[in-house]
Design a binder for this molecule. Structure first.
Ligand code: SN0
Length: 314
């Protein structure tokens, strides 16, 4: 593994899952591996779990960590090659990537979709520029269209809690007051398709994910029907892909309630957090025995640690 920006960077998912579960049992087993090595975390937008779980993962490997919130603390970054920088951007991404590579052995980048320009978002300009110009491995800490560290934690958690060999996993769209990226959902589908589950996506008309991700996946717009016999319910809002960035209105009944969970096979409930409580899912679901929200967040550390370890081992 040279970089970690999507599932496509992973050679053997099963062995990476095993590695993460081993690290969960013995987090300090490789404490000497990262000694003298530095992880740089570059944030273009807010983060709680990704930031802290990555720091924790690095600390468990004996690494040093440097963090910068680039929009608040750094210069305004220029993305266009060849641009004449006589306006408001102050530092070219090429220069930033080359300089940060001198200070760090691994660089994590967190970016966010504009949700205005589909083509630009799906081109993943920031991550790709870092891949082009950095001289050390690059990890995505959520990009415009993918969130691989989250998805890795998602598959680890399903592996840990599944009761049958091939559980039914339902990814359900849920309401939200703001336009959110498709990244978590796209990436969830990309990863989960490579595990042994029956995947069903349910979303309202007009909210289908990009066909490149949903190819060969069952997608239905009847949420109740989708939830039937589910072993895992993964709720997430995303804004429209087709009508790019549009939010759903009048769709509040897509919220996950106790009544909806009763349609399932006593399913476990998952969400990546942060969650708008009583909008996406009711408190009674989030705080129920079947809720895995905190366990999923806990697994973010071991997902990040398995990835860092793999990159340190080359
Ligand atoms: C992000 C998203 O991609 O949906 C991060 C998830 C890991 N979520 C949000 O931006 C939520 C913000 C909000 O307004 O609730």
């Amino acid at each position: 593994m040279k970089n970690f920006t999507s599932l496509l960077d992973v050679n053997n998912l099963d062995s990476l899952i095993t590695k993460a579960l081993d690290l969960k049992k013995n987090p300090l087993a490789h404490f000497k591996r990262g000694r003298g090595k530095t992880l740089g975390l570059i944030f273009f937008n807010p983060s709680l779990r990704t930031r802290l779980s990555s720091q924790k993962a690095a600390a468990n490997l004996g690494m040093n960590v440097m963090v910068i919130n680039i929009n608040e603390d750094g210069w305004k970054i220029e993305l266009e090659d060849g641009s004449i920088m006589n306006f408001d951007t102050q530092e070219h991404i090429k220069d930033a990537a080359k300089v940060i590579s001198q200070y760090c052995d691994i660089i994590g980048i967190r970016t966010f979709a504009s949700l205005k320009n589909q083509k630009k978002d799906y081109e993943e300009i920031i991550i790709n520029k870092f891949l082009e110009y950095a001289s050390v491995p690059v990890i995505s800490l959520e990009s415009a269209t993918l969130h691989p560290l989250q998805s890795f934690a998602d598959v680890i958690t399903i592996e840990e809690y599944k009761k049958t060999k091939k559980p039914k996993v339902v990814l359900s769209w849920a309401p939200h007051p703001k336009a959110l990226p498709q990244a978590v959902a796209n990436s969830f589908v990309q990863w989960i398709k490579n595990t042994d589950v029956e995947l069903v996506i349910t979303n309202p008309k007009g909210f289908d994910l990009a066909p490149s991700f949903t190819k060969d996946v069952k997608v239905i717009d009847n949420q109740d029907e989708a939830l039937k016999d589910a072993d895992f319910v993964y709720a997430k809002n995303w804004s429209s892909f087709d009508n790019y960035g549009a939010i759903g209105t009048g769709l509040d009944d897509w919220k996950i309630t106790v009544e909806k969970m009763k349609l399932t096979n006593n399913a476990k409930f998952m969400h990546c957090l942060p969650i708008r409580r009583n909008v996406i899912a009711d408190d009674a679901v989030l705080d129920s025995e079947n809720s895995l929200i905190y366990e999923l967040a806990n697994n973010r550390t071991y997902a990040a640690q398995a990835v860092l370890l793999k990159l340190l081992e080359q």
